[in-house]
Design a protein around this ligand. Structure first.
Ligand SMILES: Nc1ncnc2c1ncn2[C@@H]1O[C@H](COP(=O)(O)OP(=O)(O)OP(=O)(O)O)[C@@H](O)[C@H]1O
Ligand SMILES: [Mg+2]
Length: 247
């Protein structure tokens, strides 16, 4: 990587707009970026477009307007294997993500799909399960797992691809306070030790936006994202008040 390339943001969305096939305008003129290794929170009320934005970043929906770039490269033109090596997404609902009979098979799916041999796929599974403190779940059937365990299995499946950018849709929603604290600790470890760029959505005013280095707020009607840097601030300022907040 040249010096110039390392200066480029990990991900940039420039004036993207997306309407679903039924005409619902979910994203309108959204601009957004995350520097390499940054921790970014995307906040907004229900229906503000958080999930749609995350899906657009993953190319699961294709914006009709604007451009998304990964390290300066137009994501729309990236071969799928290259895209999914760079960026991985953890869905809000584990049942949208998990599909194999056991945790091990699910986590190994991505590495196998990359064409890695069985020994390397097994190494990736070990490493990913360890990263989310889920080694004991390895041979468990997915349908026996609790919601919190399923969330960890989802995160492990994405980490097994070793992405440099991790997109998480409401990663703490539905977790009890202990599991929520553990999830936050895991995410901070991945960001601070593994230098993974984190982009996560939340509609809650919980710890996540307080810990984030940059916050974007999506508003219903989709006008634009606004951002706020906190790195230079000695004491974190309170996060902006979203239109709806968890109790
Ligand atoms: N498949 C779809 N078809 C049509 N409209 C959709 C579809 N998915 C989402 N929408 C609409 O797009 C808008 C944005 O939805 P989105 O799910 O991105 O919001 P969100 O911020 O993630 O909300 P939540 O906090 O409830 O998860 C909403 O008006 C929603 O009704
Ligand atoms: Mg959502």
């Amino acid at each position: 990587m040249t010096g110039a390339e390392s200066e480029l943001p990990a991900i940039e969305a420039e004036r993207i707009g997306y309407a679903y096939p039924d005409g619902v305008a979910a994203l309108e003129d959204i601009s957004f970026h995350a520097a390499k290794g940054e921790f970014v929170a995307v906040m907004g009320a229900n229906g503000a477009g958080k999930t749609t934005l995350m899906k657009a970043l993953m190319r699961l929906v294709r914006p009709q307007r604007g451009q998304i770039r990964l390290s300066g490269v137009d994501a729309a033109r990236m071969p799928p294997a290259e895209l999914y090596r760079s960026i991985g997404m953890v869905f809000q609902n584990p049942s949208d993500q998990l599909f194999a009979p056991t945790v091990e098979q699910d986590v190994a799916f991505g590495p196998r799909n990359l064409g890695l041999d069985e020994a390397e796929a097994a190494r990736r599974v070990d490493e990913a399960l360890a990263a989310v403190d889920a080694a004991p779940l390895r041979s468990r059937p997915i349908h026996h797992l609790s919601f919190g365990e399923q969330k960890r299995a989802c995160l492990a499946g994405v980490l097994a691809m070793r992405p440099s950018i991790l997109v998480l849709d409401e990663p703490t929603a539905g977790l009890d306070p202990v599991s929520e604290a553990q999830m936050i600790e895991m995410l901070l470890r991945l960001n601070r030790q593994e230098k993974i760029t984190l982009i996560l959505s939340t509609h809650c005013v919980d710890l996540l936006p307080v810990l984030a280095e940059r916050i974007y707020v999506l508003r219903r009607g989709g006008c634009s994202g606004s951002d706020r840097r906190k790195k230079s601030s000695p004491t974190p300022a309170p996060p902006p008040k979203p239109a709806s907040a968890c109790p």
